[in-house]
Design a protein around this ligand. Structure first.
Ligand code: NAD
Length: 456
């Protein structure tokens, strides 16, 4: 699906018309490409929290220049702002937000990034401290809604030091938070906006390289013949993984094309089949010597108002979007399934958070995924495996191409980024979650929705 309005307002004539009429002006988002510099320089790093120093060195190592104040910036614009409020414990500590950030926000460049750093409030017990840290959530979501020209704002919440009060953090916490900061500053997070992510200090391996973080990993992607699944297969391959592409036999030709393109293998399989987990695992083992990453992407919609919902629409959506995942996981997470360092990602949806008219069946399954991810994560963490979800908003695919025109247009423009996302935006978020260095992110469902207000 192409967004013709977006193409139009990105011409000089269209830009002029949009400005005169006060119409939305979506900009071309800066998306990740291998070899690309992490983000535009300079980045303002401010705040007195536990992570500011390690973020400064992370940026310097990535050849991004850092400033500590607007005075140092001079005339130019900022590629990003990292605001470390992880040590804020009283509401008065939040005064640093307008003091430090408001003047800097005016100086952001196109497609700039704001990353707010906090402490995970679910790990704090003092009500005042919890309230103070929770304030960062509302702040970041609102700021994201105010930013324009492709800029985003997201929140990274680090752990409280074990047994301590949050004063100082471990090196592992610094490294894990650093990986999340890297994602949010990069082009990989182009369509992730206004989102919080909690990061633990779980032991993580370093990525083998910056441009090929998935080198040596074997991944399975279900529903890989087209749309988001095909983009996930391409993106995991780009990042170094060997990819097994799974889809129904009826999509065999398209599936073979994607598998050939990514130098992987095709496995024709209906994910609802009783032996789907076993066949997937056996295929990955015999053809590629193991399995490290599973992306449960296959999904269907069978929309109808609930009063007209027949059994077959209900049952088929439940079977593909939910029951197949539970069933496959029994094998994939069984004794001979994913081992330490394993990564699982399930596709949820904005409808799973917000519900959607005509989608009681679909939204039930996508909300179930949110529950599943949260419940499985602590169990899997003990085995060094992570499970996360990704909840796309409006992504331009064949699935959304079937939406009524007016609904699709409204959904595109009523978002902070004023446009729909691309399959690669979902894929890049997944590619980050499955990296060896992303072990600190577990049990989360990340919305890739450009901060869509329709499915708020
Ligand atoms: P799509 O319809 O374009 O592709 C889905 C793929 O899954 C197809 O290739 C299809 O053949 C395959 N599939 C369906 N049933 C299967 C089965 N039983 N076994 C194996 N493969 C099967 O959909 P998409 O837009 O690329 O969506 C991918 C995922 O993202 C889905 O889980 C969807 O619910 C979710 N999602 C998409 C959007 C969006 O805007 N496109 C928004 C939110 C969530």
């Amino acid at each position: 699906m192409t967004d013709q309005y977006s193409d139009f307002v990105n011409t000089p004539f269209g830009k002029n018309v949009a400005q005169r009429l006060g119409l939305p002006a979506p900009v071309r988002l800066r998306r990740y490409e291998p070899g690309q510099i992490l983000c535009e320089s300079p980045v303002l790093v401010a705040g007195t929290g536990s992570y500011a120093a390690s973020v400064r060195s992370l940026l310097t190592n990535a050849a991004v220049s850092v400033v500590g104040s607007l005075d140092e910036l001079g005339e130019g614009r900022l590629g990003g702002i990292v605001l470390d409020l992880s040590d804020a414990r009283r509401p008065s500590d939040l005064a640093a937000l307008p003091e430090l950030a408001a003047p800097a926000v005016k100086r952001l460049a196109r497609n700039a990034r704001v990353v707010v750093l906090g402490t995970d409030p679910t790990q704090l017990t003092d009500p005042v401290q919890v309230a103070t840290q929770r304030a960062l959530d509302g702040f970041t979501r609102s700021l994201a809604k105010e930013l324009r020209a492709g800029a985003t704002a997201n929140l990274v919440l680090g752990p409280v030091r074990e047994g301590g009060t949050g004063e100082g953090v471990s090196q592992q916490a610094e490294a894990n938070v650093g990986e999340a900061v890297r994602f949010f500053l990069s082009g990989r997070s182009a369509f992730v906006d206004g989102q919080p992510v909690r990061v633990s200090d779980a032991a993580a391996q370093a990525n083998p390289s910056v441009d090929r973080p998935l080198d040596g990993r074997v991944a399975v992607v279900t529903g890989a013949a087209r749309g988001i699944g095909a983009a996930i297969a391409r993106t995991l391959h780009r990042d170094g993984a060997t990819v097994v592409c799974v889809d129904v036999p009826a999509a065999g030709e398209a599936l073979a094309r994607v598998a050939n393109e990514v130098g992987g293998t095709a496995l024709q399989l209906d994910v609802t089949a009783e032996d789907a987990g076993r066949r997937t695992l056996d295929h990955a083992r015999t053809r590629h010597g193991g399995l490290d990453i599973v992306v449960h992407n296959a999904g269907i919609t069978r929309d109808k108002l609930f009063v007209n919902m027949d059994e077959s629409r209900w049952d088929s959506v439940m079977a593909v979007n939910l029951a197949s995942i539970l069933q496959m996981n029994e094998t994939l997470l069984g004794p001979d399934g994913l081992g330490e360092g394993g990564r699982l990602v399930c596709l949820s949806s904005q409808s799973g958070f917000a519900g959607n008219r005509g989608q009681t069946n679909y939204s039930a399954t996508k909300a179930a995924i949110i529950g599943l991810v949260g419940a499985l994560a602590p169990q899997l963490a003990e085995r060094g495996i992570t499970i996360n979800g990704v909840a796309p908003g409006l992504i331009e695919t064949e699935m959304t191409g079937k939406m009524p025109f007016a609904t699709r247009e409204a959904a595109r423009r009523l978002s902070s980024l004023q446009q729909g996302g691309l399959p690669v935006d979902v894929a890049d978020t997944i590619a980050w979650l499955v990296q060896p260095a992303s072990a600190g992110v577990n049990g989360q469902v990340i919305r890739v929705c450009g901060q869509n207000m329709i499915g708020a």
